[in-house]
Design a binder for this molecule. Structure first.
Ligand SMILES: [Fe+2]
Length: 209
């Protein structure tokens, strides 16, 4: 399954974002792989937090489809379930605040687009079974200092009676996963390809407060 995912991710960069190609100066340099996060590998564990980064915007539209008509990029659907810390009890009406870069690795507030434009951001809520589904595209990579960050989608989860969770979701087989200083392995989604669409799955576990 994983080998089938690497191709579209790499293809997205080759065709849509030549600047995101690893060059001699940005190619991943070997370094020890990050240790698995507690609970990774199937055990029940609260979802790991991950850095917010500089591009969050509050108060974005409520929508589960983050795309605009004609938007370039590989179509992606991310779906899953949100539970409390027992990994079983569903959490309904959880707000997922999602934001990401476009296919060429740009955010709408990184200075590359007209001010005020809202691109690839949205807030959606889980249903009565704790399920969510968001439609978007595969984000491009962008430089963080001298090195590209692996492709990722940012999420904040707000649930009554639970701690706010700010995290990121990653893609399997991205070569920059192995060198990124921020990634947690437990945040890599399960991804499969269905024709041109990528279907990603991730279940969140929130901490009661
Ligand atoms: Fe980011």
């Amino acid at each position: 399954m994983l080998a089938g995912i690497a191709a579209p991710l790499l293809l997205a960069c080759k065709t849509n974002d030549p600047q995101a190609q690893p060059s001699a100066s940005t190619r991943p340099r070997p370094r020890p792989a990050p240790p698995p996060a507690p609970g990774a590998g199937g055990a029940c564990a609260e979802t790991a937090a991950n850095i917010e980064g500089p591009y969050y915007r509050a108060g974005v539209p409520e929508r589960a489809d983050l795309t605009d008509a004609g938007m370039p990029g590989v179509p992606l659907e991310i779906a899953g379930r949100v539970t409390t810390s027992d990994c079983t009890t569903a959490l309904a009406n959880v707000e997922l605040d999602v934001w990401q870069a476009n296919h060429s690795g740009h955010y709408d507030n990184d200075g590359s687009m007209p001010p005020g434009r809202v691109l690839l951001r949205g807030r959606l809520r889980t249903d009565a079974d704790g399920r969510y589904r968001v439609k978007t595209i595969v984000p491009g990579r962008y430089l963080n200092g001298a090195q590209y960050r692996p492709a990722h989608v940012h999420v904040k989860l707000r649930a009554q009676g639970h701690a706010l969770l700010t995290t990121q979701l990653y893609f399997p087989d991205d070569p920059f996963n192995e060198v990124d200083p921020f990634i947690h392995r437990s945040l890599v989604m399960a991804v499969e390809r269905k024709d041109r669409l990528l279907l990603a799955r991730y279940d969140f576990v929130l901490r009661p407060v």
